[in-house]
Design a protein around this ligand. Sequence first.
Ligand code: Z2T
Length: 853
Amino acid sequence: TGKEVWPKGDEKVWKAGMRGVDQDVSDITKSFVNHVQTSLARQAYNLDNLGAYQAAALSVRDSLLVNWNETQLNYTRKTPKRAYYLSLEFLMGRTLDNALLNLGLKDKYRKGIEALGFNMEDILEKERDAALGNGGLGRLAACYLDSGASQELPLWGYGLRYQYGIFQQLISPEGNQLEAPDPWLENQNPWELPRLDVTYEVRFYGQAERNQDGNGRATWTGGQEVLAVAYDVMIPGYKTKTTNNLRLWESRPKRGFDLNSFNAGNYEGAVESSNSAAAITSVLYPNDSTTFGKELRLKQQYFWTAASLQDILRRFKNTGKPIAEFPDCKILNSMASTHLSDDPSDAAIQLNDTHPTLAIPELMRILIDEEELSWDEAWKIVNNTFFYTNHTVLPEALEKWPVPLVEHVLPRHMQIIYDINLYFLQAVEKKFPGDRDRLARMSLIEEGYPKQVRMAHLACIGSRKVNGVAELHSDLVKTTILKDFVEFEGVSKFGNVTNGVTPRRWLDQCNVELSDLITKTLKVDKNVWLKDLTKLEGLLPFAENKKFREQWAAIKQRNKERLAHHVQSTLGLTVRTDAMFDVQIKRLHEYKRQTLNILGVIHRYLTLKGMSPAERKKSNRKVVFFAGKAAPAYYIAKLTIRLIVNVARVINADPDTKDYLQLYFLPDYSVSLAEVLIPASDISQHISTAGTEASGTSNMKFCLNGGLLLGTVDGANIEIAEEVGESNVFFFGHLTPAVEDLRYQHTYHPVPIEQKCPGLAKVLDQVSAGLFGDGAPYEPLLNTIRQGDYYLLTDDFDSYIAALAMVDEAYLDRDEWIKKSIRTTAKMGKFSSDRAILEYAESYWNLEPTSIA
Ligand code: Z2T
């Protein structure tokens, strides 16, 4: 009823003061000018593009807030089951353009801004990326939030508000990666809402004493207490009022400083504890696929899961709902019961990899020690609440925490983990009596010095369901790292949800012209196909239409020019646009094999050098782009960057070849750089050793934008080929089942590289010999291939070169190439993150869309 919403005064007066999204241009300019004057304290004559961006952002934020408030109120009233996405990373990129498009206000804002003497594109460029993530895992979380809101799901994200995001990458004159901090909050952030009233206390260290009465409870006291403060980020859905929330926690000292020390004259000691509290959310760890094992990272993980769970439980208690299976549970139900739902749980919590796994023992602790449930009751709730997504099967990326460290930082949780392990292993022993090896393999604790807690095992047994992120990867999860768990718990607990990407950002926003052409061609409103991406299939017949092909190709050409312009203005380099654009952009990692790509480029260069000028004239012109960051401590990955940069220096300066081959390493890869690179690509490379890339998501983005795929039979590449047809992708290399045996051969029957792969040996020799500057620094990199070759470059090089030749060949028939490009885009419907998030909602969370009436 109206009274609940507007408890004070006249409802009409309230409503008249509210800014909805149906604004006209004059409302927009008024709000803009108002923010210039009163929020920014600036005036028309001294307003630069940055100021104009800020004023526009503040104005858009007002609109978002209206929808956000309405959405949250609606959830509070309807008390639907909610889902929570716990992720240590949210790689959001820029917000203004996305918000304008989702609100459907971009054209009006453009008009308003132009009337005030500004240019929309210049203003959008002023926004800094929110880069609170490393790569695919963090960007996936961002796409899922977009889709969750667009599909009107009651889905919140929980993460950390790092002061510093992923480091900025600089390239030294020698070609080395240097890291600089990313102080992204320097200019105030208009997209967040500090919630200084939403705070929780989080404890570290101290003592955990088991109670005497043997009920399994314990009391945890002492140690360090810090405060978690909420910052809310609005997540607008596409063409819906639904505006969800991403809650990021900031750590603060519980009290300003320690008064006792201060009064005793120990000023440094007094601020020390407050500094250490603030340090928890200071910086994102920059490792993507290796673990780091640092105490501060463990504290980040616990701080974030503890604050999020307190918040989730408080919200749940406020609904007054009992927990369906425990109607007598005294404290959880103390708010008076309204109804019993059929669903065993009222909240679903998705664990984005094992990073939030401490939520499992933490919820046990709360339910047992604070809510006084029995162990079995608590475990049942935990088991109904959590869902775990695995993102890698690489052994070095599986999280393990030393037992002594966990014992020190989280003494009560270590007890609970031991208890979980005890009950669990008892059950395993019952099912497989006397199988000691199995018990050792499955234990939550890995023996050794020190003992370690295996987080993937804990996440698996504590969750209702476990999933991988592409078909092949999910099969590998079941047959390798969690094989024993499938045998013990049954295969139905293990599933697959193939990743997806949001077509709003990754087509409509980054490739405006293509989006417009698609809308015109499909003859449906753009909101229709952007929310049901399978509609793209309607483009298929137009592959046969010459005029359409010309329009399609012209857009690709203009996107290349836009990229060339970007490189010119940021790096001062001139990129030729009458060439095929070949792109590999992703984190630097041996398994992703950027090294294979650069060695292929050198091979191409040497081949071109060996040709007569007349022969050369017949070859395909190509520009190769790389971008990506290496983990700061990843020596081999950094050497790969150095090699790429120095090869580029030589190739681009060689008058014999520079018309046929150019090479660029674009520094400081980011979401906003991807938005310029992806629409410009003719071909992109996804060439991981088979079985190592869980899914990949940029492969989907390139194909959505009509770029063809050159890749191995790995991750989501396989499903992309299934959709678009094998004739429209370029596959090469050994398949997953061969990998294990090949590695065995490398170890026990090594064949010298000169014999096994002479083409590659020649390339390595040229690098060693100093063709790209002193070869000595590259020896450790080259030796990873000459010896051991764990990622199978010597096995795949020849078929890689053959695949590249097929790409050249196919590109010669430009008309056929454009047909492939159109067919590829047309068949990408499956890879919308809308499809993925709805799979989670339906098959995992039991969550229904809740629209705002
Ligand atoms: C990451 O980005 C991915 C996996 C990780 O395993 C960690 C990080 Cl930071 C712990 C990537 C996968 O490598 C990629 O294949 C996948 O597409 C992406 O996660 C999203 O699932």
